[in-house]
Design a protein around this ligand. Structure first.
Ligand code: THU
Length: 127
């Protein structure tokens, strides 16, 4: 269910430069799901990854709510993405900080367009 939401978010990404769309769905402890997707910009570093769009939106709007799990999926518009990717270092760093603050792991699920789902029990295992 969470991955379906991430796929929905992926479809709304703004990724005209890389053509690599990423969607994230973040489950909070109150069962609310916060969506994010990558937002690119002609000034390359000004864009943001899907994971951080979702995590920062959750922290900005629901600062007291624990982040329980996040589903992340990617798709390139010109070549099939059959292997998941695991978040970039900056996203891992951000996820880890919220894990530490909330004293609760964030379970993460990674998926491409088809094939395997990778599951990671805590960001501590990624970083
Ligand atoms: N991207 C994400 O959204 N999440 C990641 O963890 C890695 C990369 C985005 C950033 C950029 O818009 C595009 O994918 C290509 O790097």
């Amino acid at each position: 269910m969470l991955m379906d939401k991430a796929i929905e978010a992926r479809g709304k990404a703004y990724a005209p430069y890389s053509k690599f769309s990423v969607g994230a769905a973040l489950l909070l402890e109150n069962n609310e799901i916060i969506l994010g997707n990558n937002q690119e910009n002609a000034a390359y570093p000004s864009g943001l990854c899907a994971e951080r769009v979702a995590i920062f939106a959750a922290s900005a709007n629901h600062p007291q709510k624990k982040m329980l799990a996040m589903a992340v999926t990617c798709r390139h518009s010109e070549k099939p993405t059959l292997t998941p990717f695991a978040s970039c270092g900056a996203c891992r760093q951000v996820m880890l900080e919220y894990e530490l603050v909330q004293e609760n792991p964030i379970r993460t699920l990674f998926y491409g367009e088809d094939g395997e789902v990778w599951e990671v029990a805590s960001t501590k295992l990624l970083l």
